[in-house]
Design a protein around this ligand. Structure first.
Ligand code: GLY
Length: 413
C-alpha cells in the first residue's frame, strides 16, 4: 500500500499547463472541525508548517453541536476510562478558552452554568436515581434534588418534574463562536487552509508522505493527522486496521429564540427560559435544553443510525419539542429559528481513537484523532494537546492512553 509522492523528477516531467504542487508542509491535518482546527492551531503555534484540508472547515458536526461540556451527565456504566478522559478535558477547558480568547480577542462563550438533569415521571425518577448512584460511586460531585428543590434552581421546570440530579461542573461553550475563534487563531499562526477533500493517504517506504486531494492535487507532508469525524473511514490508503469502523450517528437539533414580545435583545437580555443547561429523561427518552447568554435555547438531540443522512424530519422535531415542552412548558412560547442535523462519529465502543503510528506500522507519521461521538467539543483541548505532543515528540496526557486503536484488535501503536 505504498504511493510515490510527486518528486522533483516527476515535477520536471509534468505536462505543460499542469499546476505546480503546493510546497510541502510539516503536517497535513485532514478535517477542519473543532479537533482538527485546535490541532492545527497548536501545531502551528509550535512552529510547524501546517496545511488543513477540509471542503468546508467548521461546518460539520462541530457546527451543529450544542457545546455541552458534560463528562458527568454523559457518564455511562462501564465507561470509567472515558469519564476520566472527559474530566481531564473539562479541567483543560478554562485555560484553553482563555488562551484562545487571548490569541484572537474573540469570546468563545465558555459558561460555567452547571447542568440539571430532570426526571419527568416516576420511571424517569428511578432511571435518574440509578444514574445518580453510579455517579456517586465514582465520587463525582453531584446532588440529588427533589422536584421542589429543582424548581428553586429553575423556576420554569414543569410542576410535575419529580426530581433532578444537579451536576454543578458540567458547563458549556458556544460552539460556533469556538469554531470561528479557532479558524482565526489558525490564520493568525499561519495555518494554510486548503478548501478541498483529502481522498487518499499517501505513503512511501513505510512512512506517510502526504495526501491526495479530490481535485487531483497532492499535499506533501511527513505527518498526517486524520481528524475528519465520521468521514475519516472514507480516506483511501489507510491500512486496514489503522482505524476501527466509524459510524455516523445523526443528531437533529433545534434553535429557539426568545418570544418577540419578551423585549430580549442580544445587548440586553430581559427574558430567560432557563439559566443553566437542563437535560431530562422524559418517559424514558433523553432531551437537553442548552441556554445561551442572549436568551436563545438549543434543543437536542435525536440519536439516529441512518448512515450519512442529514435530513431534518417532522418526527425528529416532534420528539424533541414534545419532550422539551413536558419538561419546560414555556419552551412553546419561543420562536423557531432553525432545525438542522449533524453526524456524530462513533466507534464500536463510543469512545474516541487517539493514536500515533510509528516505525514498523507502515504509516509512520500518521496520527488519528477521531471517533469522539457525543463528546467532541468536550474532548477538543485534550485531543489537540495529544496531537501536538505527538507532533513535537513529547508525551501525550496519560488520560488518552486507553484510547489507541489496538483496543479494537487493530492498529499498530
Ligand atoms: N453531546 C450531546 C450530543 O451528542 O447530542
Amino acid at each position: 500500500m505504498e504511493h510515490a509522492l510527486t518528486s522533483p523528477d516527476a515535477a520536471a516531467s509534468r505536462a505543460p499547463g499542469t499546476p505546480a504542487s503546493p510546497p510541502a508542509s510539516d503536517v497535513v491535518v485532514i478535517g477542519g472541525g473543532a479537533i482538527g482546527l485546535a490541532s492545527a492551531w497548536k501545531a502551528s503555534r509550535a512552529g510547524m508548517s501546517v496545511a488543513l484540508v477540509d471542503p468546508a472547515p467548521g461546518r460539520g458536526a462541530s457546527w451543529m453541536a450544542a457545546g455541552m461540556l458534560a463528562p458527568v451527565t454523559e457518564a455511562h456504566y462501564g465507561e470509567e476510562a472515558l469519564l476520566a478522559l472527559g474530566l481531564a478535558a473539562a479541567g483543560q477547558w478554562p485555560p484553553f478558552a482563555a488562551e484562545l480568547e487571548e490569541a484572537t480577542g474573540m469570546d468563545v462563550g465558555y459558561l460555567r452554568c452547571g447542568t440539571l438533569l430532570a426526571a419527568f415521571d416516576e420511571d424517569d425518577r428511578e432511571a435518574a436515581h440509578e444514574l445518580y448512584e453510579l455517579q456517586r460511586s465514582l465520587a463525582l460531585d453531584v446532588d440529588w434534588l427533589v422536584g421542589s428543590k429543582a424548581r428553586e434552581l429553575e423556576g420554569n421546570l414543569a410542576p410535575g418534574v419529580r426530581a433532578a440530579l444537579w451536576a454543578r461542573h458540567d458547563h458549556q461553550v458556544r460552539t460556533r463562536a469556538l469554531v470561528a475563534a479557532l479558524e482565526a487563531a489558525c490564520h493568525h499562526e499561519g495555518t494554510r487552509f486548503v478548501t478541498d477533500k483529502a481522498v487518499e493517504l499517501l505513503t512511501s517506504a513505510g512512512s506517510v508522505s502526504g495526501v491526495r486531494l479530490a481535485s487531483g492535487g497532492e499535499l506533501a507532508a511527513t505527518r498526517v493527522v486524520i481528524a475528519a469525524g465520521c468521514w475519516s473511514g472514507g480516506i483511501a490508503g489507510v491500512p486496514e486496521g489503522a482505524l476501527p469502523p466509524l459510524r455516523p450517528v445523526k443528531g437533529q437539533i433545534i434553535r429557539l429564540a426568545p418570544p418577540p414580545t419578551s423585549g430580549a435583545s442580544p445587548q440586553g437580555v430581559t427574558w430567560r427560559l432557563i439559566g443553566r443547561t437542563v437535560r431530562g429523561i422524559v418517559m424514558g427518552a433523553p432531551i437537553y435544553l442548552v441556554p445561551r447568554s442572549d436568551g436563545s435555547v438549543l434543543l437536542g438531540a435525536t440519536s439516529e443510525e441512518l448512515g450519512f443522512d442529514t435530513s431534518v424530519t417532522a418526527g425528529g422535531l416532534h420528539d424533541l419539542l414534545r419532550r422539551a415542552h413536558r419538561l419546560v412548558p414555556g419552551v412553546s412560547e419561543m420562536v423557531l429559528v432553525d432545525a438542522s442535523a449533524g453526524l456524530r462519529p462513533a466507534t464500536p465502543d463510543n469512545a474516541p481513537v487517539l493514536a500515533a503510528y510509528g516505525v514498523g506500522s507502515g504509516v509512520d507519521g500518521l496520527i488519528v484523532a477521531t471517533g469522539h461521538y457525543r463528546n467532541g467539543i468536550l474532548l477538543t483541548p485534550i485531543s489537540a494537546v495529544a496531537v501536538a505532543a505527538w507532533l513535537t515528540g513529547s508525551e501525550p496526557p496519560a488520560a488518552i492512553l486507553p484510547f489507541g486503536a489496538e483496543r479494537f484488535g487493530v492498529g499498530a501503536h
